[in-house]
Design a protein. Sequence first.
Length: 204
Amino acid sequence: MPDHAPIRPAPTRLKDAHVVLEPLAADHAPALEAAAADGRLWNLWFTSAPAPGEARAYVDKALQGQREGHMLPFAVREKGSGEIVGTSRYYDIVADPRRLGIGYTWYAKRWQKSHLNTACKRLLLKHAFEALGCVAVEFHTDARNLDSQRAIERLGAQREGVLRSHRRRPDGSLRDTVCYSILDREWPDVQRWLDLRLQRLAAR
């Protein structure tokens, strides 16, 4: 891909032995509502999971971002059970230099702190660097969300800094955002680390 060719991410299906990332669609809304109910995720101040009755609007907003060209959302299907267990997406897609963020990620409580997140992030990073030709992939999280920061660091991302009073939380308060990134030249080492980590987690 030429250095200055714009990113044109199209809905695509990504999969490995553990998970399938399907292009998000309106008919995923009921399954996502059920997944969010496992742990009542909408009550957690740091998650974007939809409250009961709001899954369809949540999906519609994500698909609007896709139509506008700055998002590419996925539904997460756990391969063993075949169930939709959460969602993730590309966002803040920039054409030049080619870069994007990975986020808006949440999973049903029973799949949190399992191998699932590592499998999803490995697929998303591989597609971003190897298919879309990104020079960098970003991760952003609330400064209060220490679990999320540790999870991002376990992926091999480098902490870049903090954007203070960066955006509003669902309750209206202002959050400080911690920023991380992985560069294209770092991807081979990160991929090897994620492969090893996934083998260990899946063997538990």
